[in-house]
Design a protein around this ligand. Structure first.
Ligand code: NDP
Length: 247
């Protein structure tokens, strides 16, 4: 039996793309999933789709850039399902641009969502997981968290940070039986490109995704793999690229 059934999973960024696919895959395997994101109508629709398939889900509208809202998400999960087994920090924002463009507001939004959002998630569940001496925190980084390229400086900076934070967390919490996993996807066909305001860069990424972008389920399945391992096995890092993706 997979080590997934009956697990209570908090999932950020559940309203589209990788998060939406992950919610479906985990609920299908018997996990109880708390969906979160800002777009409530998307969460409502996903909840009813999953429930029609027999899955157990709830949702809570949450902006991960707000520490208070992320704390409330964790409290909501405990009140609703009585425990937290897994946190998946998946929410992300990727407005790629060149540094000389000085899109400072976008830099700040990336830092708020991609770094602070992940930290707020960890802060919201870690004291509980330490006391319980059990838990699993999965943080979604990127291939851009391994390699920087022109236009990815700030985005890559945030995704490198996610990997550093996750590795630090891993080493700090080995004694407390808290598993950590870094998921680094390559090109995946989602709505993420829509936030790129530099049209030339956006077109380049869209072409790449059209040529070989993976379906979001490919990443959801890697998350399922990490969660489903026995408790003494921590899958610490997974990179999933399309076979045709060079960098
Ligand atoms: P999507 O744009 O489809 O999903 C992003 C999700 O993040 C949405 O559910 C969105 O929900 C949520 N989100 C964004 N900002 C916030 C916020 N402030 N508070 C709460 N939720 C927020 O993209 P993906 O599914 O592709 O992205 C998922 C993760 O995968 C991200 O971390 C991304 O960086 C990473 N990734 C994606 C790759 C790809 O090629 N697609 C490659 C490598 C990594 P809402 O707007 O409703 O709040």
């Amino acid at each position: 039996m997979l080590n997934v059934e009956e697990k209570v999973v908090i999932l950020t960024g559940a309203s589209s793309g990788i998060g939406e696919a992950t919610a479906k895959v985990l609920a299908n395997k018997g996990a109880k999933v708390v969906l979160s994101a800002r777009r409530e109508e998307r969460l409502q629709k996903l909840k009813s789709e999953i429930e029609k398939q027999g899955g157990t889900v709830e949702y809570k509208v949450t902006d991960v850039a707000s520490q208070q809202e992320v704390e409330e998400l964790a409290s909501f999960t405990l009140d609703t399902f009585g425990k937290i087994d897994v946190l998946i920090n998946n929410a992300g924002f990727m407005p790629l641009s060149y540094l000389y463009e000085k899109r400072v507001t976008e830099w700040e939004q990336m830092i708020d969502v991609n770094i602070k959002g992940v930290l707020y998630g960890i802060a919201a569940v870690l004291p509980y997981m330490r006391t319980r001496k059990q838990g699993h925190i999965i943080n979604v980084s990127s291939v851009a968290g391994h390699i920087a390229f022109p236009s990815s400086a700030v985005y890559s900076g945030t995704k490198f940070a996610v990997r550093a934070i996750t590795e630090g967390l891993r080493q700090e919490e080995v004694e407390n039986n808290v598993r950590t996993t870094i998921i680094s996807p390559g090109a995946v066909d989602t709505e993420l490109v829509n936030c790129i305001s530099n049209q030339e860069i956006k077109k380049g990424i869209e072409e790449q995704i059209m040529e070989f972008g993976l379906p979001a389920e490919a990443i959801a399945n890697s998350i399922l793999y990490a969660i489903s391992q026995p408790d003494n096995i921590a899958v610490n890092e997974i990179i999933v690229r399309p076979t045709k993706q060079e960098i």
